[in-house]
Design a binder for this molecule. Structure first.
Ligand code: COA
Length: 254
């Protein structure tokens, strides 16, 4: 992702109020919203209300995460579902470079080198050809748990309910409700048996309000499904709305 997509702003009382109202708050170290001095968010992304975000040295980094999700890492793009738990030092791989050219070095397409060549008296630009290897993000489902120090390849999809082991390098899509680990990440095991996985997928419990969900015993997936299927019609769906980076920018007067 190019740096122009990242917006940085010092916080002001209006922005504090906006974040408080939307329940977009810092995650780590017991930090409170009034300890946030600066904000970092990527243009074109959106974030759900009721989310907690990476906080370091007074700066809160807002990632595009869903209802009740929290992230101790910064995601400058992509989409992330509800009830996700993302540990520290999780990152997405950087931009692609061309591998079919003589060189994968950026001098064949970066303006910096084009200008340098001109400055040094070069007259031919035969080497220069456009190249767009820019970052596109990844898609992460609901109730995904990503352990610490994980590296994720761009455009990968991680299914609902998946678990990514600490230190993994995720290079391929991860199926729903599977635990994967290693570099490259391979399936370690399904999280539950297939019957339970299918039932949990049908409940789509992560679309519901945390108050409704709190009335269930969550320790036994099978009993949870029995109970959820019985009461589903009476449960309240989450009402959280998505807030765009542009709305946040407006609140800080950018
Ligand atoms: C993935 C994880 C949840 C598995 O826990 P578990 O069910 O107790 O798994 P086990 O320790 O029994 O290991 C099961 C298999 O997975 C492998 N495995 C476990 N963690 C792994 C890792 N980080 N990378 C690669 N393989 C791993 C084990 O070697 C074992 O392999 P084997 O069956 O070939 O012997 C856990 O190891 C992990 O990575 N947790 C993340 C912790 C974290 O980062 N927390 C941050 C807070 S948000």
């Amino acid at each position: 992702m190019s740096d122009q997509k990242i917006m940085k702003a010092d916080i002001n009382p209006r922005l504090h109020a906006f974040l408080r109202e939307n329940n977009i708050i810092p995650k780590t170290g017991g930090a409170r919203l009034d300890q946030v001095k600066r904000l970092v968010v990527a243009r074109g992304t959106s974030v759900s209300q009721y989310t907690r975000h990476h906080f370091s040295n007074g700066t809160m980094f807002i990632s595009p995460i869903g209802y009740m999700s929290y992230s101790s890492s910064f995601f400058p793009g992509g989409s992330i579902g509800a009830f996700c738990s993302i540990a520290a030092d999780v990152s997405l791989m950087g931009d692609a470079h061309p591998m079919d050219r003589v060189t994968s070095h950026t001098f064949t397409y970066e303006n910096f080198y084009r200008s340098l060549v001109k400055e040094k008296g070069g007259t031919s630009e035969a080497a220069f050809r456009p190249y767009n290897g820019s970052y596109r993000g990844c898609t992460i489902g609901n109730d995904v748990w990503i352990g610490g120090q994980v590296l994720i390849k761009n455009q990968v999809s991680i299914g609902d309910g998946a678990v990514i082991a600490a230190g993994s390098v995720v290079t391929k899509d991860v199926p729903p409700f599977h635990v994967v680990g290693g570099a490259p990440a391979r399936i370690i095991r399904p999280k539950f048996d297939q019957k339970i996985i299918s039932r949990l997928q049908r409940t789509a419990w992560w679309e519901y309000d945390i108050v409704s969900l709190s009335s269930f015993d969550m320790t036994n997936p099978e009993k949870f499904c029995d109970e959820f299927e019985k009461r589903q019609g009476t449960l309240q769906k989450a009402q959280a709305r998505k807030v765009s980076a542009e709305e946040i920018a407006e609140a800080f007067g950018a």
